[in-house]
Design a protein around this ligand. Structure first.
Ligand SMILES: [Zn+2]
Length: 481
């Protein structure tokens, strides 16, 4: 890598995607990229981890069609208004014009809920919790960037139905906890979970809650959001059930959308370093890379030792490979550091003889000697220590970027260095939007919302950072991707 992450994050990101072969941006439809094997292998692991968490909480998988008839779209008016500008339409098939346009799903509410109305009849059908791993298409007008924003992205959406509003609210908490378990605990990416302001919620929702992380340049990247839909969709889509008294009731719904490709952008940005990718051990396509180092004539003994060590790792269930290419050892070290392999084992002539092997860990670069007989036990310990360090490092970096701001001057300063400004706020209603719009115009900062699950109140006598009216809330403001 030529560019240092701390010197120019944006350039570093572009260079990393090219050099580590994560995506190819040369595909000839604007806004669409090819996701390459090295990123897809990690994203498939991310899918599996997330899907396992969803299944633990009672969700079942389903595959819904990618095409949605236009009339479904029009059933919920705010939804159609919110999404229409981004929809790709299919208007022709087999050379004939279609009688009704079909939308390439930008999200699947209107595909799934018409089926839900057929499936749900009584209390025995509830709760219904279904997830759908797929890609969606949105004609983004903002500048696209691989993984961060593209016109096709890969995600999971879960769509849940309940008899009561209380159960739907509990689902929002469950979704947030799931995000913490996967994204923070396993992928080492911290975030804050916000209740979005009313003017910035999902089209058709009663309330939107979303996880925001910070990229190394201090700008916010939105990770999963979960939406309390209330009865806004169950009424037009006719999702009803007979309650205990035999009375017909509209159901309550939630939907949740972890975008795997975007979470991947956060994983590589937050954890990566000047040498390239740093991947938490559960996400690395290969965990251990063995590098043979030999002089002419010494190949046989070294390669035999490498093969024996590789077999030990594979027998222990670890993903391991040997770099047998013609490149120099130094080139191989750099290459696999760029690719984010967590552990490198170096085996030269002396190591092959003594069995004392050199082991390097990706994040610190530290080298230790470990006897081959202890390798299979020691490597998992090194990996778990590395994961803990990555988690602690990203948490410290994140928390250091949350600062208080009480005046517009302070807000400007916080946004200039990057990160969240925590500010007193007049209201999240209509007047609040006016303040938010003016703040956006003056500072390009966005009001992300109030912290979810923590009732943060402004100090007594505090006034809105913008208009000076009495403050009722504490909001977080940041520049966003
Ligand atoms: Zn105000």
């Amino acid at each position: 890598m030529k560019t240092k992450k701390s010197a120019n994050f944006s350039e570093w990101y572009t260079e990393l995607i090219k050099e580590a072969e994560l995506a190819d941006i040369r595909y000839n439809v604007k806004g669409f990229v090819v996701f390459l094997p090295w990123s897809v292998m990690t994203m498939m692991k991310m899918y599996r981890i997330y899907e396992t968490e969803l299944e633990k909480t009672g969700h079942l998988p389903a595959w819904f069609p990618a095409l949605i008839p236009e009339r479904n779209f029009h059933l919920e008016s705010k939804h159609v208004e919110g999404f229409t500008p981004e929809v790709f339409w299919v208007t022709e098939a087999g050379g004939n014009k279609l009688e009704e346009r079909l939308a390439m799903r930008p999200t699947s509410e209107t595909a799934m809920y018409q089926m839900y109305s057929l499936w749900i009849q009584g209390m025995k059908d509830l709760p219904l919790k279904i997830y759908h791993s797929s890609q969606v298409w949105r004609h983004e007008t903002k500048a696209t960037r691989p993984f961060i924003r593209s016109r096709e992205f890969h995600w999971i959406e879960s769509h849940d139905v309940f008899a009561t509003r209380a159960e739907a609210v509990a689902q929002v908490h469950e979704d947030m906890e799931m995000a913490r378990l996967a994204i923070t605990e396993k992928f080492c990416v911290p975030f804050l979970f916000f209740r979005r302001p009313q003017w910035d919620k999902f089209p058709g929702a009663d309330d939107t809650f979303a996880a925001d992380t910070l990229m190394p340049d201090g700008k916010v990247l939105q990770l999963p959001s979960t939406h309390l839909l209330g009865q806004n969709f169950s009424k037009p889509f006719n999702i009803k059930f007979l309650d205990e008294k035999g009375e017909s009731q509209y159901a309550y719904q939630t939907c949740y959308g972890p975008a795997i490709s975007r979470i991947y952008a956060a994983v590589i940005s937050v954890n990566g370093d000047d040498k390239g990718l740093v991947l938490p051990s559960c996400l690395a396509p290969t965990t251990v890379m063995i590098i043979p180092i030999y002089k002419k004539g010494g190949e046989e003994a070294v390669l035999a030792k490498c093969a024996a060590i590789e077999k030990n790792f594979k027998d222990a269930g670890m993903k391991c490979a040997i770099d047998r290419s013609e490149n120099t050892p130094g080139f191989k070290f750099n290459h696999w550091e760029l690719k984010g392999i967590p552990v490198r084992v170096e085996i030269g002539g002396r190591e092959a003889e003594s069995g004392e092997l050199t082991v390097a860990v990706r994040d610190t670069g530290e080298k230790t000697k470990i006897h081959e007989s202890k390798l299979v036990l020691e490597i998992p310990r090194l990996l778990s220590e590395m994961d803990k360090r990555l988690g602690a490092k990203s948490k410290a970096g994140f928390e250091g970027k949350i600062r208080d701001a009480k005046t517009m001057d302070e807000l400007n300063k916080v946004l200039e260095v990057g990160g969240f400004a925590r500010a007193p706020w007049c209201s999240t209603g209509f007047d609040g939007k006016q303040c938010a719009d003016e703040i956006k115009a003056k500072t390009t900062g966005d009001v992300r919302g109030t912290l979810f699950g923590k009732d943060e109140k402004p100090e007594a006598g505090a006034v809105c950072i913008h208009c000076g009216k009495s403050a009722t809330e504490v909001v977080y403001i940041a520049r966003q991707y």
